[in-house]
Design a protein around this ligand. Structure first.
Ligand code: ADP
Ligand code: NI
Length: 218
């Protein structure tokens, strides 16, 4: 199979699989991350585009949160699919690295991702969590969990540990301070950094406007 065929077969497989997905990782999130990854890869040069595209498409295939905390669930599921369409082992290994890097959630430690391809998809996934789309996703998530938009009496927790984050039930505005506003400094590629900058500014503007309306701006 040609690279294009491998990619489009994988896209159809994932689109079908994510049809009924209600956990915030819907097909359109995958499609956006795929697009962003291609864009970053083209700018960064030298990346293996086949691995990047397959990795972007498969990055959320099996979230450890829904697999009893099995951090390898995603890379295992990716290998299984890629073997079934006869992708070379060399590319499968690169994709496994990408999928593992994305599910890497340990906080506080220095991020050291194993390859350019994993840095690219990592950035794309985080970029989709900020800016206008990121704001919409955050409130959709909060609504799904039945949380308040905002409660001025509850302050954000800076430097949350991994466990604290798992248990956190605070309102959605706090999620900006606990995670979304920190993402731009986690960017792993120059292109990602530049893209995150603009979306970050937009979130800051949004928050400013939000508080001023909260106070009753006419
Ligand atoms: P990722 O896509 O990096 O795996 P998650 O699965 O943690 O991220 O979250 C999916 C989406 O839900 C993201 O847009 C994220 O910002 C949002 N989200 C996660 N936790 C919260 C929260 N406590 N409050 C609001 N939004 C959240
Ligand atoms: Ni994702």
């Amino acid at each position: 199979m040609s690279d294009d065929e491998l990619i489009s077969k994988t896209a159809s497989f994932i689109q079908e699989k994510f049809k009924a997905e209600g956990s915030g990782h819907d097909w359109f999130h995958i499609a956006r991350v795929w697009r962003l990854s291609k864009h970053i890869a083209q700018n960064e040069k030298q990346a293996d585009l086949l691995a990047v595209e397959l990795g972007a498409l498969l990055h959320d295939i099996a979230d450890w949160k829904f697999h009893d905390g099995d951090m390898e669930a995603g890379s295992k599921a990716s290998r299984k699919w890629l073997e079934s369409i006869q992708v070379s082992d060399d590319v499968i290994k690169k994709v496994e690295d990408i999928v593992r890097s994305i599910s890497f959630k340990a906080e506080g430690e220095k991020l050291e991702l194993p390859s350019l391809e994993s840095r690219i998809v990592f950035d794309a996934d985080k970029i989709d969590a900020i800016g206008a789309i990121g704001i919409a996703r955050a409130f959709a998530f909060g609504g799904h969990k039945g949380r308040l938009l905002y409660d001025p009496n509850v302050k954000p927790i800076k430097n949350m540990t991994f466990e604290q984050r798992l248990k956190s039930e605070t309102h959605t505005i706090n999620h900006f301070y606990e995670k979304l506003l920190l993402l731009k400094d986690l960017m792993q590629t120059e292109t990602g950094k530049q893209m995150a900058e603009r979306r970050h500014k937009f979130m800051e503007k949004f928050l400013e406007e939000f508080y001023s309306e909260w106070e009753g701006k006419i």
